[in-house]
Design a protein around this ligand. Structure first.
Ligand SMILES: [Ca+2]
Length: 274
């Protein structure tokens, strides 16, 4: 057997050493990039999470004034119908017969379940429907031009909150809408709300700010906007409560800059954190 050349032996050893030490780096994924703490203005969720309709949820919706007792019963029965239809491919006649028994049209049933989804929110009175005074139960307002509760328009129910700012000369205006709710550190939350801008004038900015009380962290002020004239849903997914966070302190800020003619007007409704 011919002796191995020392050169070949060294080459083999080197290859083995390199192979043994080489750990391929994982492929770069979007998560590797330093992501902003929260995504900026995000479009409405394309896929809604499946709503689990049970008696506890119905009870919560009724207690919070999201549905009345009759609607609660209808929502429960409609959800059963929806599931049966999906599983058993019911005929049109069978669906119609059951809808008649429930006392609903299909679209009305879907609308009830959408309202019911708000009952999964950990924010109380996100639709501003309850409260004797301005702004509404569970909310506070502040700054030079505080927003007001109104019946002028709403996304859901009767009420929404309105902010209208018009600079006097170049003096800026600001309105704050706030609420606070207990949260669980480490859990992932999702913020949803509806806005209807009326006018977005020079220097006008609308923002949300979520402070994780107890952790010293926040999302910072994040701007949101939409086309004036119609209700638009803003969704902020994947808000992870940091360690030691005990409460979420949510602020909506409407503000103009120090410019002549600065103005802006917006309605906000159905604010949900879940
Ligand atoms: Ca409302």
């Amino acid at each position: 057997m011919p002796a191995k050349s020392p050169l070949l032996t060294s080459a083999v050893l080197l290859t083995w050493t390199v192979l043994a030490c080489w750990h391929p780096l994982p492929a770069a994924s979007p998560e590797d990039k330093p992501a902003p703490e929260v995504p900026p203005e995000a479009p409405a969720a394309k896929q809604k999470q499946e709503l689990v309709v049970d008696l506890a949820l119905i009870r919560r919706a009724v207690v919070n004034g999201i549905l009345n007792a009759r609607e609660g019963k209808q929502a429960l029965e409609f959800d059963r119908l929806r599931r049966d239809k999906k599983a058993n491919a019911l005929s049109t006649e069978e669906v119609d017969a059951r809808l008649q028994k429930i006392g609903l049209r299909w679209e009305a049933g879907v609308a009830l379940l959408e309202k019911l989804a708000d009952a999964t929110s950990i924010l109380k009175n996100g639709g501003f429907e309850t409260g004797e005074s301005d702004p509404a139960d569970g909310w506070s307002v502040a700054a030079s031009h505080p927003p007001t509760r109104t019946k002028a328009t709403s996304h859901g129910g009767t009420y929404s909150v309105h902010s209208k700012l018009t600079n006097d000369g170049a003096t800026p205006c600001e309105g704050l809408l706030r609420c606070q709710t207990p949260i669980v550190a480490g859990e992932t939350y999702r913020l949803e709300f509806w806005i209807k801008p009326v006018a977005i004038g020079p220097s006008y900015v609308s923002q949300y700010h979520l402070q994780w009380v107890g952790s010293g962290r926040s999302t910072g002020f994040v701007a949101f906007t939409a086309k004036p004239g119609k209700w638009t849903k803003i969704t902020v997914p994947k808000l992870v409560a940091p360690p030691r966070a005990k409460q979420a302190f949510l602020t909506f800020r409407f503000v103009t800059g120090a410019v002549e003619g600065g103005h802006g007007e917006m309605y906000i409704d159905d604010i949900v954190l879940r």
